[in-house]
Design a protein around this ligand. Structure first.
Ligand code: NAP
Length: 435
């Protein structure tokens, strides 16, 4: 028998568990640890609440969790309840599937002012992550600035723009939909340090901005290179740029109360304000070999709320080598050290779709299997020893069956037009379980 532990129950963790279960047949036990009592990581707390079809992938993970070889062990914070070194002593392989939950810093003056929020925090707030339940983002001003031209920036701008009715069918948490309903924000400006050909927004998600009830996307037609240059783009990006060109041809009509403005060639220099964010000082850029270089021309952009959506970083873990520039663990094809691996964003950095994690997980599972003699047994005691250790430390973990009880309670508490009302605090989850 072999014993494996995966740290993190998001997509990367579940795909790796699925791959290990298949690869080892009945000859492995796989524990998936999560610091929260509830599973799914990015699916529950990252994917936008109005993108339920993407969230539905969790049903596939449920099948993995139902495999008798696999066990969900929630409410166990690695680094606090148990260390990675201890886990390495208990399991044949430890696989870090932590994702990248931390915001990368902008590194500009004023980023610590109230009203400047990283996307992990803002997304966590509207998705019901307990760490951000009390974020209370300032929505009392007219101007929001969203820094970055990726899909997370798109999510943030769309969520800031939607009406209450447009959230029907989503599982946006009650505190967020109520606050957004009271929001006075009218102008949402994307700051992209490069141009329309350098966006990291995918076509389906970008196209959604053209169908909002109360907001219209506004693009300056003079920002584009010649139409002929679109031909050289890869097909996905070409489609996204076609959306931008369509927005530019139509906008601005002023027919809708909110505007989503694409400000390209715009690099944030600093954020200013008296005790809170009031404006972003922006420098015009130009492209030089694909890189943004400042032109020296600056201007002030009003900003009552700034959300920086410039990428994420994995958490530092004692004794695990870290690649600061990439925001991930230093690894060779997923291997960090003997018996220590990483998958997903922890391995590659924060890029790719949910589906990218599947081949990634399978590849790392192959690495794990390749490091062991086929059919050989290990001498590690795995989950039994972990349970004993947690018991000694007074840590009460949650099982998948217990998650299902939480899920049933959240479903029962749902608003009429929502699949669930997520509980957003530890004690509410644990109350359902009588812990
Ligand atoms: P991303 O795709 O890497 O985009 C980050 C953006 O931030 C880029 O436009 C980048 O510009 C900009 N940026 C980086 N550093 C900056 C700085 N110092 N100042 C100004 N701008 C800066 O990251 P993301 O949006 O966080 O998304 C992460 C991953 O999740 C991506 O793979 C994304 O596709 C995926 N995702 C997918 C969905 C979906 O499919 N629905 C939803 C959300 C996220 P440069 O290009 O100039 O560096």
């Amino acid at each position: 028998m072999r014993h494996f532990v995966i740290i993190g129950s998001g997509p990367a963790g579940f795909y790796t568990a699925e791959a290990l279960a298949k690869s080892f047949g009945g000859a492995a036990r796989i524990d998936i640890i999560d610091k929260l009592p509830v599973p799914y990581g990015l699916i529950r707390f990252g994917v936008a609440p109005d993108h339920q079809s993407i969230k539905a992938v969790a049903k596939r993970y449920d099948k993995v969790a139902d495999d008798p070889q696999v066990r969900f062990v929630g409410n166990v914070s690695v680094g606090e309840a148990v260390s990675v070194d201890e886990l390495r002593g208990l399991y044949d392989a430890v696989i870090l599937a932590t994702g990248a939950p931390h915001d990368r810093a902008l590194g500009i003056p004023g980023e610590d002012l109230p009203g400047v929020i990283g996307s992990a925090a803002f997304v966590g707030w509207y998705n019901g992550h307990p760490d951000f339940a009390d974020l209370d983002p300032p929505l009392d001003g007219r101007h929001a600035v969203v820094i970055g031209n990726g899909n997370v920036a798109l999510d943030v701008a769309r969520i800031l723009s939607k009406t209450r009715a447009e959230f029907a069918g989503s599982d946006i948490v009650g505190h967020a939909i109520d606050a957004l309903d009271r929001s006075r924000i009218e102008k949402i400006a994307f700051l992209g340090r490069r141009g329309p050909h350098q966006i990291a927004m995918t076509p389906k998600e970008l196209g959604e901005l053209g169908h909002l009830a109360a907001a219209e996307p506004c693009v300056d037609p003079t920002d584009f290179p010649s139409l002929a240059e679109d031909e050289a783009l890869d097909p996905g990006l070409r489609k996204s740029v076609a959306h931008l060109r369509a927005f530019a041809a139509l906008s601005p009509t002023g027919d809708k109360p909110k505007a989503i403005i694409f400000d390209f060639f715009a690099k944030p220099l600093r954020i200013e304000g008296e005790g809170r964010a009031e404006r972003v000082i922006v420098e015009r850029t130009r492209l030089d070999g694909g890189r943004a270089v400042g032109t020296g021309e600056t201007y002030a952009m009003p900003a009552d709320l700034v959300v920086s959506c410039i990428g994420y970083s994995s958490p530092h873990i004692d004794g695990v080598p870290f690649d600061e520039a990439g925001g991930k663990y230093r690894n060779d094809h997923g291997q960090i050290d003997d018996g220590l691996y990483c998958v997903g964003w922890a391995r590659r950095g924060p890029s790719g779709t949910i589906g990218t994690n599947r081949p990634d997980g399978y590849e790392v599972a192959e690495q794990v299997a390749g490091a062991m003699l086929p059919g050989s047994d290990g001498c590690k005691s795995g989950g039994e020893a972990l349970d004993a250790l947690l018991g000694q430390r007074g840590v009460k973990s949650t099982s998948f069956a217990e998650w299902r009880r939480i899920e049933a309670a959240e479903t029962a508490a749902a608003r009429p037009d929502s699949p669930r009302e997520k509980y957003v605090r530890h004690h509410d989850w644990l109350k359902v379980l009588g812990h």
